[in-house]
Design a binder for this molecule. Structure first.
Ligand code: ADE
Length: 256
């Protein structure tokens, strides 16, 4: 997959390209990242990329032209790779909230152009002219879109073919089937009195699978009940969830 990122702080992206899963994936050419700094496309002796907002108020606004020229250069590069017109994604708190469905959809694209804004915002005309999709990573404000772009890249990259090994398939991630993950344990069996659930030591794979599914369903029900409305559970899963609820009720009645 081809990523082109427009940012005033290109070196921040070493956090993605140098470490861990995304670092190895870049080495293995599962994706390619090219960075574009709008300052390189800015006019004038100071190469300004921002200016004061019309209408007054605090802060600075990023100007259209350096951003537009950066995006056009990025598009041109992807076209020269034989790819079609890449989707241009602008990261901002005004965007649609990122979720696993959006991640999977974006992972199908041959290339993406991600734009990270800074300062108080970017001139709206840039968004109207160049941006296909505006995405937010949560209802809070970051100092810039770079961290959001890196979050998006990280979760898209782990979906790409051949990035995760057999033992760490993306199919096992939380949200793969719309549910939260089950709890995990490793050695020692007893950590200062806290035991690993015995079923995980039983070697009975059917029981282990049943327990894990029950935990995933139960956690989702307790922590993020709204996810269950869209998870389209199977009959078997509904039965297991009822089991979990009954066990919880029993535990509660015992402790009161
Ligand atoms: N830029 C600043 N805050 C952001 C957020 N929450 N999501 C995406 N981009 C941002």
């Amino acid at each position: 997959m081809q990523f082109d990122v427009v940012t005033l702080f290109p070196r921040m992206f070493e956090a993605v390209t140098r470490w861990g899963v995304t670092g190895r994936a870049e080495e293995a050419n599962r994706y390619n990242l090219v960075l574009w700094n709008p300052r390189e496309f800015a006019a004038g002796p100071h190469r300004s990329v921002d200016d004061r907002p019309y209408g007054g108020g605090p802060g600075m606004v990023m100007m259209v032209e350096p951003l537009e020229k950066s995006v056009q250069a990025a598009r041109q590069r992807q076209r020269s790779q034989g790819l079609g017109r890449p989707k241009v994604v602008f990261l901002s708190p005004q965007g649609r909230l990122l979720d696993h469905r959006i991640v999977r959809r974006l992972a199908q694209e041959p290339g993406l152009v991600l734009v990270a804004g800074r300062y108080e915002g970017v001139d709206e005309r840039f968004i109207e002219r160049e941006v296909d999709e505006e995405i937010s990573i949560g209802d809070y404000v970051l100092s810039g879109g770079e961290l959001a772009a890196m979050v998006l890249m990280d979760c898209v990259i782990r979906q790409l073919e051949g990035v995760l090994g057999h033992g760490e398939s993306a199919a096992q991630d939380s949200f793969f089937d719309g549910l939260l993950d089950w709890p995990h344990y490793t050695r020692p069996e007893n950590y200062r009195g806290a035991e690993v659930p015995p079923v995980l030591l039983s070697g009975n794979h059917r029981e282990i699978e049943h327990w894990r599914m029950k935990q995933a369903l139960g956690r989702t029900w307790r922590r993020r009940p709204e996810l269950l409305e869209t998870a389209s559970l199977t009959e078997a899963q509904l039965t297991v969830l009822e089991e979990f609820k009954k066990e919880q009720a029993l535990l509660r009645s015992k402790s009161s």
